[in-house]
Design a protein around this ligand. Structure first.
Ligand SMILES: [Fe+2]
Length: 408
């Protein structure tokens, strides 16, 4: 960013992570649908994502996967060598997105229990907030479970203020104010890089930011969690898809979407709906051992290059039937997009369109051993949707996979 660029209101509210990643407000408006928002009127102001904290069976190798297959960069580490006798943790970056991959070092680590119950998954959707105490006071008054009261942690790089509240299942939201901190992640972590090198010709980054994180909750619990995000965290409704919209013959789900004031943080919440057979949400709930984060959507400015780079590293995407691209009705709805439809078809990329524009999206297979968490790549062109028009096409593809696993 240079001084000659126009300084709109949005420029001033870029997070430090976004500035560090050299992203502009205009890019973020396109990438994740960032909107202007006045935090002064917000009972629980959230600036954006701080980190997605994963608990994995083998954090050391998962960190390698996120570097090699997802093009992320290792920036910090905590482990026995740094005085952490419980676990290893690797901090990875891509643009403004931060993943923290943790795994048990000690057999007595609570992370080992978490992993036995849930498999690889997201334990903490950490959010950046400008005022931890104000958020927790509001959350507690609204009946939220406060897992960690506001407290400071400090080292030679400064002080971070932290607190944590519970959300669905065993998932938590750590609230982070790192405005007085210059270290690589948190006290207890040291800066660390790795010898991993990008393939020649691979894009500098495969994604720039986190767009949304979807939560799967039990039948009948969706409205309760939507209400939680509204009442406790001041989120507002973005879109609503119910029942028929996304039902296939065999399975169905209900989904509602809430977002924070500036729309950086978007949480679609799914619950299973009655179908003739077991839905993908039921399968998730069984294998995750309860509610949890189902998928992470990663925002990219060039989904074709990202898919190509990931496929070259062995990432598996859900196939999309040729009929999706050849169906005249669907083709008319797709309309004109930035690349020929054949380029999308070769990669199985889906298109959805609404009154604001269109989006391109594609979904990976589950990336761990259990049929639980997976990723989405999303390239937005004006549309602030989530691919509602693709749900049916997508679910039919997912069900073919469920059938192969004998879980339909
Ligand atoms: Fe999504």
């Amino acid at each position: 960013m240079t001084a000659t660029e126009p300084q709109g209101t949005l420029e001033q509210v870029l997070t430090d992570d976004e500035r560090l990643a050299e992203l502009s407000a205009e890019q973020l408006r396109q990438l994740v649908g960032l909107v202007e928002h006045d935090p002064a009127t917000d009972p629980f102001p959230v600036s954006g994502w701080d980190a997605l904290v994963w608990i994995c069976g083998n954090a050391t190798q998962t960190a390698h996967f996120f570097q090699s297959a997802f093009g992320m960069e290792l920036v910090a580490y905590s482990g026995p060598e740094t005085g952490n006798r419980d676990s290893r943790a690797y901090v990875l970056r891509s643009g403004a997105a931060r993943f923290v991959v943790t795994g048990a070092w000690s057999p007595d680590s609570p992370l080992a229990d978490h992993h036995r119950r849930h498999g690889d998954g997201i334990a903490d959707i950490a959010l950046t907030v400008p005022d931890v105490d104000r958020c927790v006071t509001h959350a507690a008054a609204q009946g939220a479970t406060v897992l960690e009261a506001p407290h400071d942690v400090s080292d030679e790089h400064g002080t971070v203020r932290l607190a944590a509240i519970a959300t669905y299942g065993d998932t938590r939201h750590t609230l982070v104010d790192r405005s007085r901190y210059t270290g690589p992640y948190l006290p207890g972590y040291v800066a660390r890089t790795s010898s991993h090198q990008r393939r020649p010709g691979a894009p500098r980054r495969l994604f720039q930011a986190i767009d949304h994180v979807v939560g799967n909750v039990e039948l009948g619990a969706m409205d309760r969690w939507v209400e939680f995000y509204r009442r406790v965290m001041g989120f507002t409704d973005m879109a609503e898809f119910i029942g028929e919209d996304i039902a296939t013959d065999y399975s169905a789900l209900m989904s509602k979407v809430v977002a924070n004031g500036n729309h950086r943080v978007k949480f679609p919440l799914n619950e299973p709906a009655a179908g003739r057979k077991r839905s993908q949400i039921d399968e998730y709930l069984e294998f995750y051992g309860g509610p949890g984060a189902q998928h992470v959507a990663l925002a990219t400015g060039d989904i074709l290059a990202t898919v190509d780079a990931m496929v070259a590293e062995g990432v598996e995407f859900l196939p999309t039937p040729d009929s999706y691209y050849e169906d005249p009705e669907l083709r008319a709805r797709i309309g004109t997009v930035r690349v020929p439809v054949e380029e999308l078809q070769r990669r199985g990329i889906l298109v959805d369109r609404d009154e604001d524009g269109y989006l391109l999206q594609v979904f990976t297979r589950p990336t761990g051993d259990r049929p639980t968490v997976f990723f989405e790549l999303i390239e937005r062109h004006g549309s602030l949707g989530f691919g509602k028009g693709n749900f049916k096409a997508l679910f039919e593809a997912i069900e073919r996979e469920q059938e192969r696993r004998g879980n339909l």
